[in-house]
Write a protein that binds this ligand. Structure first.
Ligand code: R5P
Length: 313
């Protein structure tokens, strides 16, 4: 097996390669002056892609990540099907088709939050992106997906994997929490898993999102007086969810509040805002971010192994 990556997930790809003891190669990526992307599989990597199954690690975030992922999948497919035609007729124009063997591992699946049609006429963006990707690979591994249900029944098998075990280990070692809080109902499963692994108390809040920047939590009595609390979510974007939850915890006597997530998007000065509300911010390496302290490679490796057990090649 070989692990490949483009411009946006090299850290995760290297961690995955190290976990599985497989070689990692980088695909050449650059931008034209008008911002359009260019990708090329280096000559010395072509033979490996034709002789071994491949795991491409790539984020579909930001939007340019979707294009880059699609272009890389297309180029890998051409190499594996033996379509090496090129205008200058350098090298062989076609080779044998070496068959299926391309997996896509997505550390952060962009557009995952638009997983339903909330109003008539909306695109179910998560499904639309997933269909595009599925049409160009033989299986997908997704890391801490916001709502896994949206990828059910895709045309290729999907393995869901999560960094909650590593996140729990990190929190236990670094801050020894007494209490884990899920800031909304959507994160209950993930956050309660962390609480179980650590062996500490757990509760959740009920959140209503007014708009992208405004959220309100329903008042709730939390048993956090004098306690160290970690809020666990799948992602932190503007930080609004965490700041409001931290307010609720402080007002009920929590002595320390930390925020932990898989995906540190940290948009629009989120880290600067968060540090006014919490004592620590902890994220995985799924996206390049200033709070990457939890390795995502082990979780990605579990997903790859899980998918392999279901495949026939
Ligand atoms: C939403 O349900 C997600 O799980 C996160 O809670 C949310 O996306 C975080 O966004 P923000 O940091 O902007 O509040």
């Amino acid at each position: 097996m070989v692990v490949l990556s483009g411009s946006n997930a090299e850290v995760m790809a290297k961690q995955l390669a190290e976990e599985l003891n497989w070689p990692h190669f980088s695909i050449e990526t650059r931008r034209f002056p008008d911002t359009e992307g260019y990708i090329r599989i280096p000559d010395e990597v072509i033979e490996s892609i034709r002789t071994e199954p491949v795991v491409l690690v790539s984020n579909t975030f930001p939007d340019s990540g979707i294009i880059e992922t699609l272009l890389m999948l297309e180029a890998i497919k051409d190499v594996r099907t033996g379509n090496l035609q090129n205008l200058r007729e350098i090298g062989p124009q076609s080779l044998d088709d070496v068959g299926p063997g391309v997996l896509l591992a997505i550390p952060y699946f962009g557009y995952s939050r638009q997983d339903k049609r909330f109003r008539p006429g909306e695109a179910v963006s998560a499904r639309a992106i997933a269909n595009l990707l599925a049409s160009r690979c033989d299986g997908i591994i997704v890391f801490d997906l916001h709502a896994p249900k949206v990828l059910e029944g895709l045309s290729v098998p999907v393995a869901f994997t999560s960094a909650m075990p590593e996140l729990a280990k990190h929190l236990q070692k670094d801050i020894k929490p007494d209490f884990i809080l899920s800031p909304d109902k959507g994160a209950i499963e993930r956050a309660s898993e962390v609480a179980r692994e650590i062996g500490c108390q757990f509760s959740y809040l009920e959140k209503t999102r007014i708009d992208a920047h405004t959220i309100v939590h329903k008042a709730k009595d939390l048993d956090v007086e004098g306690k160290v609390v970690a809020i666990v979510d799948d992602m932190i974007a503007t930080g609004g969810t965490i700041c409001r939850a931290a307010d609720a915890l402080r007002s009920q006597g929590a002595v320390q509040v930390h925020a932990a997530c898989s995906h540190g998007l940290f948009t629009g000065g989120a880290v600067a805002r968060l540090v006014r509300y919490v004592d620590g911010v902890h994220a995985t390496s799924s996206l390049a971010n200033p709070r990457d302290v939890i390795p995502g490679g082990p979780a990605l490796a579990r997903g790859v192994k899980q998918l392999f057990t279901t495949l026939q090649w």
